[in-house]
Design a protein around this ligand. Structure first.
Ligand SMILES: Nc1nc2c(ncn2[C@@H]2O[C@H](COP(=O)(O)OP(=O)(O)OP(=O)(O)O)[C@@H](O)[C@H]2O)c(=O)[nH]1
Ligand SMILES: [Mg+2]
Length: 660
């Protein structure tokens, strides 16, 4: 059975390209290593770049009110090749907790479920991800999609609890009774059994780096900031689903505004269930007109471009694929949506990887080449020295030996200077890191916390939040300025050292903070909505407030840590350079001494030494050329991007692959 699946070949090509880039990066690192060209931080940069390329993910989230067909659409797009419905999709509320589908190599196939009771602990999902004991684990057999589907029924489980417990879990609000779940005859309310589910499963698409996030239909009370602030901002794209039979309802609009409006990810609007618009009293043209009208109204209401609204029927698509019925698949119009996903998302991922690889390789090449050039310069000096010995007496060699020894002694003075310089640099790095420390974040968050605790909540909280963001932006700026000053200091000292000791030390440009600033802006955009009037009630709950602040702090910490790491790497590269040149220079003195000693002992040795140094220079020349060529090749592969083959020629493993 062939499945017309536009996303598969694209993802496949992207994954192959990433693999080949990672392979090339490993080859380059190996080549550097073989030729002793790699300092430790450079090796680290190369390795982390390789890991990043290999581990790159495409995260697609499905968001909507309940029963709009999220789970069914995921089944149709991603899992029809398993031959069955994988995620439970039934009328009414089905998926009760966020479900993350991914494949992490090295971990066994399994379903991990986080009990709802963990909401009491006040820990964020990310903190709990590390606490393995908090999760219930169900091992999965990758050869058995049926067992996967059975295990997944867990995500629909609920349990009945008294309202007091629901209140403790943050699922019952006395302030906002309209959103509370109904009480049953025994005075109990139904709450989800699980807070979060992750599935590690070697499905071919997941193995290619796709991560799918299915969310439960959302209502105001059941949600935590986790989804909006933790999970969704991590997604690269979101599909927002509506029922074509209902259009945009009030609660659809609430979900859209709360979870998707203002987020930076790419959004696709799916007008699902178009099969329900079929009407025996209308002809095909009239039905088509009504579908188009619905799309236009939807685009207008959500203020989305019309070409981002896709009418589909997930049910027909799944059915068509399961039965190999091309006509039904075409009628579902799913291929148009998939084509758009592939055309928009894959190039985005590619650009991110291309940029990382091109920049990373440039840095590596610059480091390695500058070291090679330095060695070449030393060789040239030595060669001049040796050639000058031609026809000279043994006395002359002795004088030269004395000079080399004196030079070497003189050179050792540079060690003290470099050590002192490194001490200063370490202190500067520590100062800069203090600007980006978690203590700093905690201190900056304090005024926001007090504003949130104040009686007249929100008058000051929004202001305090904006001030917090400003202060943190300022902290990034301070760190940037401090690093600029460190660079100036290093540059001035390097210049002196270069002049005095013949080093060729150079400082790279400090890392850009622009990316981190953008990240901060996106956090600001995501969180500011919680200070709107409509959120006042929710913010009044102290459990919600605590979770909110915790999530915010943890996000900010990740951001600052990553900025701090960038700066640290830059510092490390500068010290590694000093270290490497020091080592090279000592080796060089030793070589010069040894060759002069040998010349002293044996006639004819002089010409042999000249020849050897000339040979070494040729070797360095060809190494520089090789390094350039290899880096260039890698950049070309990185820029070219994946080669997408015609879907007909892709030999895809249909059905679930077993992992060896
Ligand atoms: N007629 C029709 N029914 C559909 C379509 N897509 C989904 N459904 C049905 O709608 C119901 C709800 O679908 P789900 O996939 O469970 O919806 P959901 O958005 O995941 O809902 P929650 O998990 O409750 O948030 C199921 O019975 C589906 O079979 C469609 O395109 N046409
Ligand atoms: Mg669902």
């Amino acid at each position: 059975m062939t499945i017309d699946h536009t996303l598969v070949p694209g993802l496949d090509a992207l994954a192959n390209w990433r693999q080949s880039l990672a392979g090339e990066l490993a080859g380059l690192t190996h080549f550097f290593g073989q030729n002793e060209l790699l300092s430790e931080p450079a090796a680290e940069v190369a390795e982390s770049l390789r890991q990043r390329v290999l581990a790159d993910k495409l995260v697609v989230a499905f968001v909507a009110e309940f029963s709009r067909g999220k789970s069914e659409l995921i089944n149709a797009i991603f899992f029809a090749d398993t031959g069955r419905r994988i995620l439970p999709a039934t009328p009414g509320r089905t998926t009760m907790c966020p479900v993350e589908l991914a494949w992490k190599e090295g971990e066994p196939p399994q379903l991990d479920l986080l009990p709802i009771e963990t909401r009491r602990q006040g820990l964020s999902l990310n903190e709990l991800r590390l606490a393995k004991a908090s999760w219930k684990r169900i091992p999965l057999d990758p050869r058995d999609p049926g067992a996967l589907a059975d295990a997944l029924a867990e995500v629909t489980l609920t349990r009945k609890v008294p309202p007091a417990i629901a209140r403790e879990l943050g699922l019952w609000s006395d302030a906002d009774p309209a959103d509370n779940p109904p009480l049953d005859d025994n005075g109990l309310v139904e709450v989800p059994a699980w807070r979060h589910a992750t599935i590690n499963y070697p499905h071919p698409l997941l193995a290619r780096g796709l991560v799918v996030l299915d969310t439960p239909g959302l209502n105001a009370i059941g949600t935590e900031p986790e989804l909006t602030l933790g999970l969704l901002p991590g997604a690269h794209a979101a599909l927002f689903l509506l029922g074509a039979d209902q259009g945009v309802t009030k609660s659809d609009l609430a979900v859209w505004n709360e979870h998707l409006g203002g987020q930076s990810m790419t959004c696709f609007v799916v007008l699902n269930k178009i099969d329900m618009l079929a009407d025996p009293l209308l002809d095909a043209e009239q039905i088509e007109a009504s579908i188009q009208r619905q799309c236009e109204i939807t685009a207008h209401t959500l203020q989305m471009p019309r070409d981002h609204v896709f009418p589909v029927s997930a049910r027909q698509a799944l059915n068509g694929r399961l039965n190999g019925d091309a006509a039904e698949l075409a009628a579902s119009r799913l291929p148009a949506l998939e084509m758009a996903l592939a055309e928009e998302l894959l190039p985005q991922r590619q650009q991110v990887i291309t940029h990382a690889v091109v920049v990373g390789v440039e840095v590596l090449q610059a480091q390695v080449t500058s070291r090679l050039r330095d060695q070449k310069r030393q060789n040239a000096e030595q060669l001049m020295e040796l050639r000058g010995l031609r026809g000279k007496s043994g006395d002359r060699v002795r004088t030269l030996l004395d000079r080399v020894q004196a030079d070497a002694d003189d050179f050792e003075r540079s060690v003290a200077r470099l050590t002192a310089l490194r001490a200063v640099q370490t202190r500067l790095l520590r100062d800069t890191q203090a600007m980006l420390s978690s203590e700093r974040i905690r201190a900056e968050v304090k005024p926001l916390q007090s504003a949130l605790d104040a009686r007249w909540l929100h008058l000051g909280a929004r202001q305090a939040f904006l001030a917090l963001c400003d202060n943190l932006r300022h902290a990034l700026g301070e760190a940037e300025v401090a690093t600029g000053e460190t660079r100036d200091m290093l540059q001035a000292t390097f210049r002196q050292l270069n002049a005095e000791f013949g080093f060729s030390l150079a400082v790279a440009l400090p890392p850009e903070m622009g990316e981190h600033r953008e990240e901060l802006a996106s956090i600001e955009r995501g969180y500011i909505r919680y200070f709107g009037l409509s959120e006042t009630l929710r913010m009044a709950s102290s459990a919600f407030k605590d979770r909110f602040v915790r999530m915010l702090v943890s996000k900010l910490r990740i951001l600052f840590e990553s900025a701090g790491r960038d700066l640290e790497l830059w510092h490390q590269a500068a010290s590694a350079q000093m270290e490497a040149q020091l080592r090279d220079r000592r080796k060089d003195f030793r070589k010069r001494r040894e060759s002069l000693e040998r010349i002293q002992l044996a006639a004819g040795e002089l010409e042999a030494r000249v020849a050897a140094v000339e040979l070494e220079t040729t070797r360095l020349d060809s190494l520089i050329k090789d390094v350039g060529l290899r880096c260039e090749t890698l950049a070309v592969i990185a820029r070219r991007g994946p080669l997408v083959l015609d879907s007909e020629h892709v030999d895809l493993p249909l059905g679930v692959v077993a992992v060896g």
